[in-house]
Design a protein around this ligand. Structure first.
Ligand code: GAP
Length: 453
């Protein structure tokens, strides 16, 4: 695809997200706040489906992982010990011509000279470190003693609670602690819609192990995470594993992979899988003076565990799901004439609404009553949407555009008007093939739950 068709595709996706209530600009009526986004009625459902599935496969379906939910505000000492206060920064450059503040790695280079990507100016300041953490004050006084930060990653809460969780869960190595939550970074240049935001969510697993297991577990978790993306509808050929080089890797990491996805705006990171050695726990043990060691009952040895960390972004994955699902194809209109159809081909497991229910006509009381009965039957198992307005073809299109995988239509056959055989059956339409099958109402919950789980 060409760069211009990719950027047109991205524009259409952003517009659909707003028009249909997936994603809005934060504080929009006041002109917005750069790098912050709100999820609307459909966006929040999609996000929940993503987070719930991650939690299911990472925590519920495993014996070796437990969850936790840490506070966003933590003692400043955490950020000193972790190294964030001193080193969590991007090198930044100011353009003296247009006054833009830019990340040093985003400058363009022409004929060996660095230039501002906004105005082409070459009058640039030397790079300076810009800490990405949002500073805040806890309590009534705003002085040095009350400073802390909004957490820039969820991981540190896991490290500092390692001992408590180990004691209450009574897990043996290797085992993991998982967490989903908000993180904040004062990104110099938020961009590409929600891709680089200032407020975002992470799904992080810290998988603790013995030193000798680290490299092997790094490979294991990379593969598990690739499977995860495939299971939510991102094909393997759009995923890429980048081995982070020695120069780019954090000094304490013995190996890091970035899992990348081909977004319309280029190949970009979805997740990092890093073998962080015993760096984090060692730092916190040293700084707090509290033991974060593990006692191995078999060998009677005490040691600080190592950790492998798959760290995924909720918002980035959600954006990848939407980009991957977005399609335009041809479908017949009411009169059989082919027209362009916009469709989000979400994996049914991720789709915000699983099934829409339509009475063929809204002014036929029995059709409406039967359709509402079906809504009540299905909503015990999944998110459903009832729609009676407009021609049936238009109702299908509205659901296609938001990615609803199944549509149930109640017609005169359902009411038994075309013979007893078809009474209490409905048409079940598949979003992607647009094919319809006739199924008994009583079988709908089991047919649909099997297809969406
Ligand atoms: N605990 C390790 C850690 O935070 P990271 O690579 O800085 O590692 C992990 O972040 C993931 O969090 C990224 O792969 C990305 O999916 C997400 N993420 C990081 N910064 C982000 C931002 N500004 N906007 C949206 N997602 C972000």
């Amino acid at each position: 695809m060409s760069a211009s068709s990719d950027s047109q595709r991205m524009e259409k996706i952003v517009s659909l997200c707003k028009r249909r209530g997936f994603i809005f600009q934060s504080s929009e009526i006041y002109g917005g706040l750069n790098g912050c986004w709100d999820y609307g009625p459909l966006g929040v459902e999609l996000k929940r489906n993503l987070k719930n599935y991650w939690w299911r496969v990472t925590v519920h379906e495993r014996d070796d992982v437990v969850g936790m939910d840490g506070a966003i505000l933590m003692n400043r000492a955490v950020w000193k010990a972790s190294g964030h206060e001193d080193t969590f920064s991007d090198p930044m450059v100011d353009c003296r011509s247009c006054k833009a503040r830019l990340r040093a790695d985003q400058l363009i280079e022409k004929k060996g000279a660095k230039q501002c990507p906004n105005c082409g100016g070459k009058d640039l300041t030397e790079p300076r470190a810009f800490n990405l953490m949002f500073k805040t004050y806890v309590g009534a006084t705003e002085d040095e003693s009350s400073i802390t930060y909004l957490r820039p990653e969820t991981a540190q809460a896991i490290f500092v609670q390692f001992k408590n969780v180990l004691e209450v869960s009574r897990k043996k190595l290797p085992f993991g602690i998982a967490q989903i939550g908000k993180a904040f970074r004062n990104e110099i240049n938020p961009r590409n819609f929600t891709f680089r935001s200032r407020e975002f969510e992470q799904m992080e697993l810290e998988y603790f192990c013995r030193a000798e297991e680290g490299m092997q577990l790094l490979e294991y978790w990379k593969e598990e995470r690739l499977k995860f993306y495939e299971n939510i509808g991102i094909p393997r050929d759009k995923l890429h594993v980048k081995t982070v080089s020695d120069e780019e890797r954090a000094f304490y990491s013995k190996g890091t992979y970035d899992i990348e996805y081909d977004f319309p705006f280029g190949r970009q990171e979805l997740e990092g899988v890093a073998y962080r050695t015993d760096y984090d726990l060692s730092q916190h043990q040293k700084a707090s003076g509290k033991s974060l060691e593990y006692f191995d009952e078999e060998t009677k040895q005490k040691f600080i565990p190592h950790v492998v960390e798959p760290s995924a972004g909720v918002d980035r994955t959600l954006l990848a799901l939407i980009c991957e699902a977005y399609a335009e194809d041809q479908a017949p209109d009411e009169k059989g004439k082919m027209e362009t159809r916009t469709v989000l081909r979400f994996h049914p497991r991720m789709a915000p609404i699983k099934c829409a229910v339509f009475p063929l006509l809204k002014n036929k009381e029995q059709l409406v009553a039967k359709a509402k009965e079906i809504v009540d039957l299905l909503r015990l198992h999944m998110s459903v949407f009832y729609d009676e307005s407009g021609a049936i073809g238009r109702r299908y299109r509205r659901q296609d555009e938001i990615g609803t995988p199944f549509g149930v239509t109640v017609d005169f056959e359902t009411l038994g008007e075309k013979g007893r055989q078809l009474q209490d059956t409905v048409t079940l339409r598949d979003r992607d093939s647009m094919k319809q099958e006739r199924v008994a109402i009583k079988d709908l919950p089991s047919i649909l739950t099997a297809r969406i789980s």
